[in-house]
Ligand binder design. Structure first.
Ligand code: HEC
Length: 103
């Protein structure tokens, strides 16, 4: 029994590690993206904000970290920066993972 418990918790740790790696959690990212659709479109096809579909997760993460750090990126940075400021590093990874699944 004790061995079984140890085996189970080891498995849990391994799968948690996999979920927390650079790939991000796309399902969680989809939930986060529900706050972005008003400007970026339901399928990230673009609207007030640029099209995000088709961009790589690495690109999305880099851009969001730049907004979060207060960097001026485009002419409408003041609209986007407060959105990025509200995201944790994990949120950014997750939303990037989700967006990279859209085309
Ligand atoms: C109020 C409207 C608005 C909301 C809400 C919003 N954005 Fe934006 N977003 C913009 C605008 C406008 C830009 C372009 C800003 C600029 O000129 O730098 C932008 C730019 C971006 C970019 C950079 C795109 C590129 O290719 O340069 C990313 C990535 C992004 N937004 C992600 C998100 C995510 C993720 C969310 C939700 C957490 C979100 N945005 C919510 C308006 C919005």
């Amino acid at each position: 029994m004790k061995k079984l418990l140890i085996a189970m918790s080891a498995t849990a740790l391994i799968s948690f590690g996999a979920a927390a790696n650079a790939a991000g959690d796309a399902a969680a990212g989809q939930a986060t993206f529900s706050t972005c659709v008003g400007c970026h479109g339901a399928n990230a096809e673009g609207g007030v904000g640029p099209k995000l579909a088709g961009q790589s997760a690495a690109d999305i993460m880099k851009k969001l970290h730049e907004y979060k750090a207060g960097k001026q990126r485009g002419p409408m940075t003041s609209m986007m920066a407060p959105m990025a400021a509200g995201l944790s590093d994990q949120d950014i990874e997750n939303v990037a993972a989700y967006l990279s699944t859209l085309h």
